[in-house]
Design a protein around this ligand. Sequence first.
Ligand SMILES: [Zn+2]
Length: 582
Amino acid sequence: MRIACALAIFGIALMCGAAPARAVEPPDTILLGGRIVTLDARESVAEAIAIQGGRIAAVGTTREIEKLGGPKTEIIRLDGKIVLPGFIESHCHAVGVARDALAQTYVELSSIGEVQQWIRRRATEIPAGQWIEVPRNEITRFTERRFPTPAELDAACTTHPVLYTSVANKHVLNSLGFERAGVAAGVEKLGDGEVLRDGDGRPLLLRGGTAAIRAQIPVRAEPPRDDVLASLARLLATYNGVGITSIFERATDAVGLKHFDELRLAGKLTTRVTGTFRFSARNAEGVEKFVAGLGWKPGEGDEWIKAGPLKITVDGGIHWGTTRLSEPYGPRRIAFYRLTDPAYRGELYYPVEQMQEVFATAHRLGWQMSCHVTGDDGTARVLDALEAAAAAAPDVAKRRFTLIHSYFPDAAILRRCKALGVCVDTQGYLYYRDADTLADIYGQTWADRFIGLGDWVRGGIPVGLNADHMIGFDPDHAMNSFNPFLMLSIAVTRRTKSGHVHGPHQKLSRLDALRTVTQWPAYMSFDEKNLGSLEPGKLADLVVIDKDYLTCPDEQIATLKAVRTIVGGRTVWPPSGTTGKE
Ligand SMILES: [Zn+2]
């Protein structure tokens, strides 16, 4: 074993890591002459790295690493480029994205005008009379900050029934759509839905009634398996193209994870995958039954595909007016979301006692737990349940319980999370696209807390910043953007799409921002020994980028590009045979 050493050159600590004993063979690959941001405990920046058998064999100076090369060693000259640990996308829905892409190309729409334009074009593509469904785009992201009206949909199209849906069961249809759905004059109900009308009695919006609407629209045929797999392989390649080397598939099951297994058999699995298993059990028996039928054991799998936590859904979200808040929604939020009761505080799908039983049972059976929970009161109730579970079994705090979303940290939440060993999975693009609307509709103090990265980090909470990628292949314009460089930019600058900064104290340093997409998500999935930093013995997952992330102007961070992505020592981007974007 070589001795680890540290020396300072130009004020930067250079570290030559100890090569593991098994690396007596020359490395398969060496990368020389770069700036390797290792994210090790010393925050070292090295020059070169050696890879052997899919793992990092050594990190050090170019001179040291060059000496390790043998006759078959591939030499990659970095010419001063920056190398970062491979990015971990800690919340995506890749199989769903791959499947949806086969049915309709996703388009991000930022105003009702863009919705109209999209509808007009779509109407030229499909036969008159067929339903047009507007791709999922939430009202929080429209410049108008409201639902489109039926008249606006009519202005775009009268030849096809048109449906605009917000996920929280709010539907706006054009006149033909309302007619097809059976909403004639005087009709007040559709299925379990309620027809809201304007002052002249014309239908405006359907609240609920999703099943009745869906019954009108022909169900899409399930695409052939091979097409889904090919689409998924394309998606993973797209992830690699922005430097992503691992993903958390955040709501899956054995059937969902099997897609990745099949890609692996075909030699096309180019990201590592940790599965999160969503379920809805409400008591011990339900958890036991779910786990018994799951087909995966806690942590089972290998360094490519493995079981992560279980997940329940505790409240709704800010796009739909269902996030569980510590205060009544009041008139402004009620009007915005088209709700009725100003005393409404959002949804809470689980009473604390049920959560406690679910958490305690999952813990007893060896499972890490996670919760979809967005609001501050929702989060506080989850922590009530977790505290009660931990009172009976203190090692609950070692399970790295993960809050998924938790938009609005405050001092009490931070303190309790720290005491309970809780981690957080939260979304950069939500801040970027939704914070301005939040400032307007919820008030500035809510926007200042929203996706409070600085609060979480100062509170000592490991936080994974991610996309919650649901639809679309465009890294910058998917629902939601999964471009890690945009996320890093958001974390560092706290700027929204329009350039506003809500809560400047939430800005992160460049290294902490980088940790939110590398080291901390690695910790969340118990992978800190394998992933998240570039150190000898860890898996060789890394990304070479075109400019210096640590020193470039803030404005350039979002435009950084991955020029080479390596997973387990193999270059997955650019795909072999192409030269990439260099
Ligand atoms: Zn999600």
